[in-house]
Write a protein that binds this ligand. Structure first.
Ligand SMILES: Cc1cc2nc3c(=O)[nH]c(=O)nc-3n(C[C@H](O)[C@H](O)[C@H](O)COP(=O)(O)OP(=O)(O)OC[C@H]3O[C@@H](n4cnc5c(N)ncnc54)[C@H](O)[C@@H]3O)c2cc1C
Length: 421
């Protein structure tokens, strides 16, 4: 203990922002701060190899692509291939192609697997001389309500270390330590369990021509690209089902039936998990000098592909707020961080909830009942036939829906480059 205390005394460092977590949110915050000339240190509990391989999201939406473009980072951090904006809905085997292109000028969404984005963000930050410490254990946050919070951790050599800072960016996901450092009662959690399970499969099998969402009497299924030779599949199942109950044969049979494609090519399954669809929002997304960014503040059910994209949005709003404060003492962005982010969070939660209910209620595998099944099918019919409905859908998919948010307007109109101050 005495040795720990001595080490701690000797090793106290100082920076402007400590970023906790090196996922999409943390590495975006770190790159944008570095691009603004703001000092930061990133602490990540896992190894670089582990973080670089974590497969999850697959599409960086148009709004987020333009955000990186606006910061001059798009070429360096976005991998994958451009996405043609076509989404396929298959209802009882019938194909409906829906465009999520909104017709605006500027770069569009990319099929960029999350792990490629994280790899590239990490490489760009380190190439620019950024300070990123992997395998940081026992991270703890102190004095968040004061002027100079401290973050303590144990470095990879076992030494106890401390960093004082102006702000902490809690980018450590839903199971991290940042949110748990907030006193009880300071945040309100709004949670929803959708009562739906998804078996998620990753396989070395050909990707579909377009991201594909399928409704069938047997339940929902989806097929998404995850690189040139890899696919992610989802199969609706009871939330308390067990992955072992899903043998390879059962998985491929169910996919062929629900996707209405008996010729679907199978491949080795590399990941097989079941998770419950849930949504969660913590309000406010700030406590003292701690700002919660990405999954640390909210979880969106995967339908609609908004989780990672919201993390990128929060990171942009936070980095601009810190930049404005550090450069000119303007604290408007910091004061309004939570309300601005929550407006978009609830907008995307609503979209994700709408799509989740529509695609699950339209089959026979939920207990929604026949009335809700007809409502869901009427919503799909409207989406496939009404240009107005298709346009609203495209706005939401691209993330360019005019929420009136100044950040969105900046990105849309390229009014003022964030680096230009
Ligand atoms: C199966 C699945 C599919 C998904 N599909 C999509 C999709 O199609 N589209 C989409 O937009 N989103 C999708 N998401 C959601 C998306 O993956 C998340 O929203 C995204 O990862 C959030 O990024 P983040 O940086 O906030 O958090 P995370 O990615 O969770 O990163 C948090 C980081 O913090 C680190 N950390 C945790 N605890 C500590 C600690 N104590 N100290 C230091 N570091 C710590 C973690 O190791 C991790 O590196 C999906 C999620 C899942 C699970």
């Amino acid at each position: 203990m005495a040795e720990d205390a001595r080490q701690l005394r000797d090793s106290v460092e100082s920076t402007t922002v400590v970023v906790i977590g090196a996922g999409p949110a943390g590495m975006t915050v770190a790159n944008l701060l570095r691009g603004s000339g703001v000092d930061c240190v990133v602490l990540e509990s896992r190894s670089r190899a582990y973080v670089s391989q974590r497969q999850r999201a697959g599409i960086v939406e148009t709004r987020a692509v333009r955000m990186f473009d606006d910061w001059g980072l798009a070429d360096r951090v976005l991998g994958g291939v451009p996405y043609d904006g076509i989404l396929e809905f298959r209802v009882d085997g019938d194909r409906h192609l829906v465009s999520d292109s909104d017709g605006s000028n500027g770069p569009a969404a990319r099929l960029c697997p999350q792990q490629i984005l994280v790899q590239k963000l990490t490489a760009a930050y380190l190439e620019d001389g950024g300070d990123l410490r992997f395998e940081a254990a026992d991270v703890s946050l102190h004095d968040l309500a004061g002027d100079r919070p401290t973050v303590r951790y144990r470095s990879v050599d076992g030494a106890l270390r401390a960093i004082t800072c102006d702000f902490v960016a809690g980018c450590d996901g839903d199971h991290g330590v940042s949110r748990t450092a907030v006193p009880d009662g300071a945040l309100t959690a709004y949670a929803l369990d959708h009562g739906i399970g998804w078996l998620t499969i990753l396989a070395d099998a050909p990707p579909p021509a377009h991201p594909l969402l399928a409704v069938s009497p047997q339940g929902f299924a989806a097929h998404f690209p995850r690189g040139p030779h890899a696919s992610r599949y989802y199969l609706q199942c009871p939330p308390d089902d067990h992955p072992d109950a899903w043998t390879d044969t059962r998985v491929w049979d169910a996919l062929r039936t629900r996707l209405g494609d008996q010729a679907l090519t199978s491949g080795p399954i590399t990941e097989r998990e079941i998770f419950r669809l849930r949504s969660l929002v913590h309000d406010p997304m700030q406590y003292g000098r701690l700002f919660l960014v990405g999954d640390a503040a909210h979880i969106v059910s995967p339908m609609g592909g908004k989780g990672m994209n919201l993390a990128l949005y929060d990171a942009d709003v936070f980095a601009r707020a810190v930049r404005d404060f550090v450069r000119g003492g303007d604290d408007t962005g910091l004061r309004t961080y939570s309300s601005r982010c929550l407006r978009r969070v609830w907008n995307d939660q609503e979209f994700s909830h709408w799509l989740t209910r529509t695609l699950h209620d339209a089959g026979d595998a939920t207990d929604a009942g026949p009335f809700h099944r007809h409502l869901a099918r009427a919503r799909l019919d409207r989406l496939f036939t009404s240009p107005g409905a298709a346009r609203a859908f495209a706005d939401l998919m691209t993330g360019l829906d005019p929420t009136g948010d100044p950040v969105t307007q900046d990105v849309l109109g390229n009014l003022s480059g964030p680096g230009g101050g």
